[in-house]
Write a protein that binds this ligand. Structure first.
Ligand SMILES: Nc1nc2c(ncn2[C@@H]2O[C@H](COP(=O)(O)OP(=O)(O)OP(=O)(O)O)[C@@H](O)[C@H]2O)c(=O)[nH]1
Length: 599
């Protein structure tokens, strides 16, 4: 198609501001889907996404739209993931577009992620059309939302389109604005091929499916392609566009977006952000912005039943086929047996993988507390990358430790600033900036150790701000910090899977809180159980779980068999996620106690 009539755009928004609902409306208006065909929120394809109401993977849909000028335009809507864990993918999706709809909930206003995504869009040179959504709500405040867009994002918002994605009110105006305001792509179909990969996944029937935006040149069915980051060469077997139903096509020319299937076996070969070229007439340069993304958060995954270990390995292998950003390698624990150390982009990513393992593969898992990767410099001059506390070297051999640090931007209402500052200070934060972005909204920028964020930061932030704070973060570097390993002893025995890495100055407090929480979480046994926190041989905290005195069934005084059964079933249910360590049954929650300390 003549690029003049192509518009590539994304919708960026804070979680729950209505991106999926609006996408569905646009599909409906362009006749891409009839109402009958339309399942609620087609773009969120995975069940899990639908259930959790979040968009995990980016997809793209081609819509044909006849504008008021009589011309038919090809509109490619590129969906972007809405969560900070996936901000690299967001940035690559945005790099495939010339414009973006910035959707802001009229009752909530601009949130941290609205801003983070808007900045990504601005830095990718996109034309941004502000859209104020949910104007059907009684609490909608259009003038205030406009003011916030102007003050925080720095975009003129007089012409913001006020819509209700729910009722469809004014949504048609968005399509006209897309055609009128978003520039057409400028690539050249005659130049050597350069196509940007912005998503890929593994389909059990078709193999690896790649979504790409052709920047220059033409990508044709049957042609040979080369991936510029790794030099690997494949043949394109089929290609198409999602309308949202897949429709086969023979080529994608400069400016167009679509998917293809090639002789690619491993999704890890198709890295988001990579450039595809033609090996017979290669482009001289990769497209800018490619990064090899790394796992930031690590945790051990074990099965409750040791005989399910093989099934876990198989399931992890299958998930990895679909998700190159997730990594795993075997590890073993004295307490838990054989398991895997898994790497994730962030906590949400970790929860998603965990849930899929349990739901799709029927595994019962024990997860150890998530932690980050440290660079440990030894006195002998060598440096270790340590992602597992049980690999922490002997403290006498450690010269210094570098821990990863993030820049966190927290957007909140004035009245919660005090609470939030207290929280970030407690989390070892260093203030970078604090400014009013509108009459009562404040943007707080802090440098914080990632290790503090992966623990309970999100939940704590939510509770101290009553939900009126949003967070966006990105990795910014490292700090040299006196980190130490803290062991947890149950009945005098160290349980390796419970060890965590903490800052020396906070170890005492953390240890006290942790054993206290564990005391609540470990059920009483027939005997007394001591729970201790120790650094090296020094015990820093201790609690005792006292022994059970009575038989639980004694309460039922014989007679009522169904009540008895219920009670036993309840106990069984409770047992499911326990791991017997020595003589003590430790429930899953206790392994994650460190996440719950503030509760
Ligand atoms: N009243 C009202 N509710 C809306 C409107 N648009 C969306 N919603 C509701 O807001 C909630 C979130 O909408 P989604 O479309 O799932 O939001 P999203 O931005 O796609 O969310 P993520 O996928 O998590 O990023 C849903 O319950 C929608 O029904 C609107 O115009 N008016």
């Amino acid at each position: 198609m003549d690029p003049k009539y192509i518009r590539n755009f994304a919708i960026i928004a804070h979680i729950d501001h209505g991106k999926s609902t609006l996408s569905d409306r646009l599909l409906e208006l362009t006749g891409s889907l009839t109402q009958r065909e339309m399942q609620a929120q087609v773009l969120d394809a995975m069940d899990l996404e639908r259930e959790r109401g979040i968009t995990i993977k980016a997809h793209s849909v081609r819509m044909m739209y006849q504008a008021h000028d009589g011309q038919t335009y090809q509109l490619n809507l590129i969906d972007t993931p809405g969560h900070v864990d996936f901000s690299y993918e967001v940035s690559r999706s945005l790099a495939s577009c010339e414009g973006a709809l910035l959707v802001v909930d009229a009752s909530q206003g601009v949130e941290a992620q609205t801003l983070a995504n808007a900045y990504l869009a601005i830095s990718n040179g996109l034309e941004i059309i502000p859209v104020i959504n949910k104007i059907d709500l009684p609490s909608a405040d259009i003038p205030r939302t406009k003011e916030m867009i102007e003050n925080t994002v720095g975009l003129p918002a007089d012409d913001a389109i006020a819509v209700s994605a729910k009722t469809g009110l004014n949504v048609a105006d968005i399509l006209e604005a897309v055609v009128a305001l978003i520039p057409p792509p400028t690539g050249d179909s005659e130049k050597p091929l350069q196509a940007l990969i912005f998503d890929s996944w593994f389909d059990p029937y078709k193999g690896v499916i790649v979504l790409a935006r052709v920047i220059n040149g033409t990508l044709r069915k049957g042609q040979r392609i080369k991936l510029m980051s790794n030099g690997k060469v494949f043949d394109v077997e089929s290609m198409g566009v999602l309308t949202p139903k897949p429709v086969e096509i023979a080529e994608l020319s400069a400016g167009e977006v679509g998917f293809f299937v090639a002789t690619i076996k491993d999704v890890a070969d198709t890295k988001v952000g990579d450039t595809i070229t033609d090996p017979t007439n290669p482009a001289t340069e990769m497209l800018p912005g490619f990064e090899d993304i790394k796992s930031m958060v690590f945790a051990g995954l074990y099965t409750v039943e040791s005989h399910e270990h093989g099934a876990l390995r198989e399931a992890l292998g299958k998930l990895k086929l679909n998700d190159a950003s997730f990594s795993f390698e075997p590890e073993s624990s004295v307490a838990l047996g054989f398991g895997f150390r898994c790497g994730f982009l962030g906590l949400l990513h970790m929860e998603i993988i965990q849930e899929r393992l349990e739901r799709e593969f029927g595994l019962d898992l024990i997860t150890t507390a998530p932690g980050v990767g440290y660079k440990v410099h030894l006195t002998g001059g060598t440096t270790l990358e340590v992602q597992n506390p049980s690999r922490w070297p002997d403290p006498t051999t450690i010269d210094s430790v570098e821990e990863p640090v993030i820049i966190a931007k927290i957007l909140t209402n004035e009245e919660y600033v005090g609470n939030i500052l207290k929280l970030v200070e407690e989390k070892r934060g260093k203030q970078q900036n604090m400014e009013y972005v509108s009459a009562n909204r404040v943007m707080i920028t802090y440098e914080l150790p990632l290790n503090e964020i992966v623990l309970d930061f999100y939940d704590r932030l939510k509770s101290v701000s009553r939900g009126y704070a949003s967070l966006d973060y990105h990795l910014s570097g490292t700090w040299t910090s006196p980190m130490v390993k803290m062991d947890i002893l149950v009945s005098g025995e160290p349980v390796d899977a419970l060890s965590i890495i903490v800052h020396r100055d906070f170890a005492y407090e953390r240890g006290k809180a942790l054993v206290h929480k564990m005391k609540e979480l470990i059920p009483r046994q027939m005997f007394e159980v001591a729970i201790q926190a120790a650094i090296g041989s020094k015990i820093v905290a201790r609690e005792t779980v006292s022994a059970i005195k009575k038989d639980v069934l004694a309460k039922c005084y014989g007679g009522d068999i169904s009540r008895k059964r219920k009670l036993l079933d309840k106990q069984k249910e409770g047992k499911k996620r326990m791991k017997r360590i020595g003589k003590v049954d430790i429930p899953q929650e206790a392994f994650l106690a460190v996440l719950k300390v503030g509760e």
